[in-house]
Design a protein around this ligand. Structure first.
Ligand SMILES: [Zn+2]
Length: 285
């Protein structure tokens, strides 16, 4: 069972009118102004999953600043999940800065079968991940509907790239301390938060925090898989950031890493199965 925990899908009408959307959202422009940055509709994802033997994918739209655009993307994700219920698990994009409207959107999406909230993009959406007043209602709504939160994260050091933002390990660890009960998936290895799991006092407060491997080949040496397999084998969620990175590329890196087969299986799908509560019996123990 291979589950890709981080995939963006885009409605054909957004792809067709890409230039217009580049004008409408500055963060979208930051990430997709380059014509090389791919956007893909759900059919293309399903074809790639077939090719690379990926069983399921967690899918979401783009973290727009405008809640109306978030709703539009969520409609597309709900349609996609209804079309491929055995392949896709949908998350809802919202801007927490929209307050009650964001909470209502989470409720609407929960009723529509979506299982998480994300990818949150605080840098583009105009709030701080650290802002308790903005985040508390979102956490509460997600927990009320048994939904997972997934946030974009970035390293506070290293090379600059489109999308590098301010959700850094210090903010993530403070968030986990403030909201210890919510299941939080930190994208892109949590911008390095995974390394702080070696500090006992940090590990103690990170019980419900997981790390996805989205975009890993663009950020880290392949050794990261081997190291993470040693200290947080139950917290790593295979992810690509498709269509940015192919499934095959990340799977190949993980398979090449030295780790027990059982750990590889957990990281490729077993952990995700548990986090998403996909039901019993679990494929892995
Ligand atoms: Zn991201």
């Amino acid at each position: 069972m291979i589950i890709d925990f981080h995939v963006h899908i885009t409605a054909p009408e957004v792809i067709a009118r890409r230039d217009e959307y580049l004008e409408r959202d500055a963060w979208f422009r930051e990430l997709y102004a380059s014509p090389k940055a791919r956007l893909c509709p759900v059919e293309e994802l399903i074809a790639a999953m077939e090719r690379d033997h990926v069983d399921r994918a967690v899918v979401f739209g783009f973290g727009w600043r405008d809640i109306g655009l978030c709703r539009q993307d969520n409609d597309y994700v709900m349609e996609a999940v209804a079309r491929y219920p055995d392949r896709l698990i949908g998350f809802a994009v919202v801007n927490p800065g929209a307050g009650d409207e964001a909470v209502r959107e989470i409720e609407r999406c929960a009723a529509g079968g979506l299982r998480g909230v994300g990818e949150l993009m605080p840098d583009g959406q105009g709030y701080s991940f650290d802002d308790e007043r903005t985040m508390a209602p979102i956490v509460e709504a997600a927990m009320a509907h048994d939904m997972v939160l997934l946030t974009h994260c970035s390293e506070p050091v290293g090379h600059i790239y489109p999308g590098k933002g301010a959700v850094t390990p210090d903010k993530i660890i403070r968030f986990a301390q403030r909201f210890p009960e919510v299941t939080l998936v930190c994208a892109h290895w949590g911008g390095g938060t995974v390394f702080y799991e070696l500090m006992p006092e940090v590990a103690r407060i990170m019980h419900h925090v997981y790390y996805d491997t989205a975009a890993s080949p663009l950020l880290y040496q392949t050794d990261i898989f081997e190291l993470a397999a040693r200290w947080v084998p139950g917290k790593v969620l295979f992810a690509t950031d498709f269509p940015l990175i192919s499934h095959e590329r990340v799977i190949r890196q993980m398979e090449a890493a030295r780790m027990p087969t059982a750990t590889l299986r957990r990281m490729l799908g077993g952990n995700a199965w548990r986090v998403l509560k996909l039901g019993e019996p679990r494929p892995f123990s």
